[in-house]
Design a protein around this ligand. Structure first.
Ligand code: P6P
Length: 363
């Protein structure tokens, strides 16, 4: 028994040492990676406006992402899952986490004294932010989908936050107007997403490439884990809800059949999570195309131009990919309504162009 106890104690000592060593190695590795805060400071001179303003925008997104991440990861445990019983403007049941995430991002942005207006998928109209001095002197508007794919929460599938940032175009010092929100995507000064997945990541661009930061939840710090993210020109993954096949335009049907042909590097692999941020993120890393076309059920498509397609298009283009509505560049569409829908073809450049070829042929 004494021998057994001493072997047991020796094994547990070794185990404890290895765990410490392992965490120490992880700590050292992460310490070698820059934090999001360090990265922002190092790159704020590349932001075309005042240096401090970008920091405040991204820092408010970062803080809100950590708070929402905590709740998303607890959703299965706390009575926060399931419809809040109300419907949003999209006519969709609002999940309690939708409502919660919306409030967190709105409040955090307002507190940072950087925005003069906010638009959200969860709010029928935009929110005017006068600032603590009621001066309307802040210069940026943020448009967001606070928790995209939230119908997946109940089944433990990754969800995401998507955000798009513009500089206001109406006079500083006056209340924002709808024109500040209805700007074409080419005017975006920043855009990004948070993916609450097996790990939580913040991926964003300010027009100088795309960088991904992974959260270490133990210490609440985002580390640069995916510098200079790029879409490969080609890919082998196509993401579309083929359950709607019979309702698709002919060009989309022809493209799907092309993807399934035994020829060259095809058939491709079909991967569709039903969460835009997750499908987009996977396709950016592995190469692929995401399509949400029009259909007889969704004559303008399903995705929202202002706070889903424009920000994802900005990221895609900055990563060397492409984003169109099947015919023209997403970021050149002149918006007419806050919650307008557009068809969305986004991903590896050559795959999007091939899909556009089929759309043009079938016109
Ligand atoms: P469908 C989630 O509701 C979402 O807006 C995107 O995140 C996702 O890609 C798409 O809709 C899924 O829609 O009609 O295929 O279930």
């Amino acid at each position: 028994t004494t021998l057994f106890r001493s072997i047991n104690s020796l094994i547990s000592q070794i185990y404890r040492y290895l765990c410490l060593k392992h965490n120490y190695i992880i700590f050292i590795m992460e310490e070698r990676n820059r934090t999001l805060g360090e990265f922002i400071i190092e790159h704020q001179n590349s932001f075309q406006y005042s240096t401090g303003e970008l920091s405040r925008i991204i820092n408010s997104i970062r803080l809100a992402a950590k708070v929402v991440n905590y709740k998303v990861n607890k959703a299965g445990l706390v009575d926060i899952v399931g419809a809040a019983g109300e419907q949003n403007i999209q006519g969709e049941d609002q999940q309690k986490l939708d409502v919660y995430a919306n409030e967190v991002f709105i409040q955090t942005l307002i507190n940072r004294e950087i925005v003069c207006g906010i638009a959200s998928e969860e709010n029928d109209d935009f929110i005017t932010v006068a600032g603590s001095d009621n001066s309307h002197n802040n210069k940026y508007v943020v448009l967001m989908d606070p928790l995209d794919g939230s119908s997946n929460i109940d089944v433990n599938v990754s969800v995401g936050t998507i955000f798009s940032v513009f500089r206001r175009i109406t006079p500083v010092g006056t209340p924002v107007t709808i024109e500040d929100f209805l700007q074409p995507g080419v005017n975006q000064v920043a855009a990004g997403y948070v993916i609450y997945g097996t790990s939580t990541m913040l991926v964003y661009t300010t027009g100088h490439g795309v960088n991904g930061f992974t959260l270490n939840p133990a210490i609440g710090t985002f580390y640069l884990s995916h510098p200079d993210m790029k879409y490969s020109e080609d890919g082998k993954i196509y993401s579309i809800n083929e359950g709607n096949y019979v309702h698709f335009p002919q060009g989309v049907k022809d493209y799907i059949k092309y993807c399934q042909l035994e020829e060259g590097d095809r058939p491709y692999t079909s991967r569709y999570i039903g969460s835009l941020v997750s499908d987009f993120h996977r396709n950016m890393i592995k190469g692929g195309i995401y399509l949400y076309p029009t259909s007889s059920k969704a004559p303008n498509g399903k995705l929202r131009l202002l706070y889903e397609c424009n920000p994802m298009a900005f990221i895609a283009e900055q990563a060397g990919g492409k984003a169109s509505d099947g015919y023209k560049r997403i970021m050149e569409i002149q918006p007419t309504e806050l919650h307008q829908r557009v068809p969305f073809f986004c991903g590896s450049k050559n795959m999007v162009e091939k899909a556009e070829e089929f759309m043009a042929k079938a016109k």
